[in-house]
Design a protein around this ligand. Structure first.
Ligand SMILES: Nc1ncnc2c1ncn2[C@@H]1O[C@H](COP(=O)(O)OP(=O)(O)OP(=O)(O)O)[C@@H](O)[C@H]1O
Ligand SMILES: CC(C)(CO)[C@@H](O)C(=O)NCCC(=O)O
Length: 307
């Protein structure tokens, strides 16, 4: 069997951090405040030693991509047009994909202020709870069959085709469901970041691979025992914000027996999200261009770059 991560350069964070030393992108206090507002536990060392070199690498690939799009258009004697560059972020439930995605979006905006960087999550393409129930797969939420992959493919295809306004459905962790009648509008992005557990997955019965739409991909990786801890910590945050809101999915947990609530959260992790990780998410790790490996406290200790 082919060894895992055989086709990657591996770097410790110290070595990786050197790659941005030559032309340093300074972050202003304002940028740092924005980053802290995004997630107050984020390590600013990670930002400068891991994420800044990463966004510089992505910028290089993006410039290459723009050149290639122009050359292609010239070759085909077609007018040049904006073809959005799409970045996929994959990894387990609760590993920190959305935090990574928002951080990349913020830093790419900082590095390329004239470019429009947009961000969506594939959570929006989950079937609504009622539909999951109808299909009898409520306990398989997050598994490949729980997403409307055709809608996601159409969405990505429309973005690449340059459709003026493309709409994505919206998912809420608070209601644990798709938000009815709400859409996120994506208007002519230069760069679109798509974050979700299924971004590197193979289709079950479609003709297209969603990963074919990605021009760059990142997998956020960590030991499942750590991810479980982060899952439980996030559960606690969700509980604490649910107290005063009976419409919140976590309300009954929040006002009920706390010990029972945590027992249930552990069970959800073991029976659903961990199974999903092992069966459907982890096998896609080796398709990513970059793997960010995290240790305790979300600190990134190793970076893998596809050769
Ligand atoms: N770099 C980080 N530093 C500190 N805490 C983090 C970091 N990234 C994520 N977290 C915390 O870990 C938990 C999970 O993060 P997040 O919600 O970003 O995960 P996710 O992978 O997007 O999950 P899901 O797929 O379920 O939406 C959250 O409580 C978040 O605050
Ligand atoms: C919405 C997903 C699928 C992915 O973000 C996940 O957070 C989820 O809800 N999983 C189902 C099991 C659970 O409640 O964690």
């Amino acid at each position: 069997m082919m060894q895992d991560r055989v086709n990657y350069f591996q770097f410790d964070r110290g070595d990786w951090g050197n790659f941005s030393a030559d032309d340093h992108v300074e972050l202003t206090q304002d940028n740092l405040n924005q980053i802290k507002a995004l997630n107050d536990r984020i390590s600013l060392n990670d930002v400068s030693e891991v994420y800044l070199p990463l966004v510089k690498l992505i910028k290089l690939q993006y410039q290459q991509y723009l050149k290639w799009q122009d050359q292609k258009a010239a070759f085909l004697k077609m007018p040049a047009r904006r073809v959005p560059f799409i970045i996929g972020i994959a990894g387990s439930v609760a590993v920190g994909k959305s935090t990574t995605a928002r951080l990349l979006s913020l830093l790419l905006n900082r590095l390329m202020p004239q470019r429009n960087v947009e961000l969506i999550t594939t959570d929006g393409f989950l079937y609504p709870t009622a539909e999951l129930k109808r299909r009898g797969i409520l306990n398989r939420k997050g598994f490949p069959e729980s997403y409307d992959m055709e809608a996601l493919l159409t969405f990505l295809n429309d973005v690449k085709a340059g459709v003026d306004v493309v709409e994505s459905p919206v998912y809420s962790h608070a209601t644990y469901d798709i938000v009815p009648d709400q859409k996120q509008k994506i208007v002519q992005p230069d760069v679109l970041i798509v974050e979700g557990i299924n971004t590197l997955q193979l289709p079950s019965n479609q003709l297209l691979y969603i990963s074919d739409f990605f021009d760059f991909s990142v997998y956020v990786d960590a030991n499942p025992e750590l991810i479980e801890k982060w899952f439980i910590e996030r559960f606690e945050l969700l509980l604490d914000s649910a107290f005063r809101d009976p419409t919140n999915y976590y309300y009954s947990y929040a006002i009920g027996d706390r010990h029972q609530a945590f027992k249930r959260a552990h069970k959800i992790w073991q029976d659903i999200d961990l199974v999903n990780l092992n069966r459907y998410i982890l096998p896609t790790r080796n398709r990513a261009d970059v793997i960010l490996h995290k240790t305790k406290h979300h600190l990134i200790d190793k970076i893998y770059l596809r050769k």
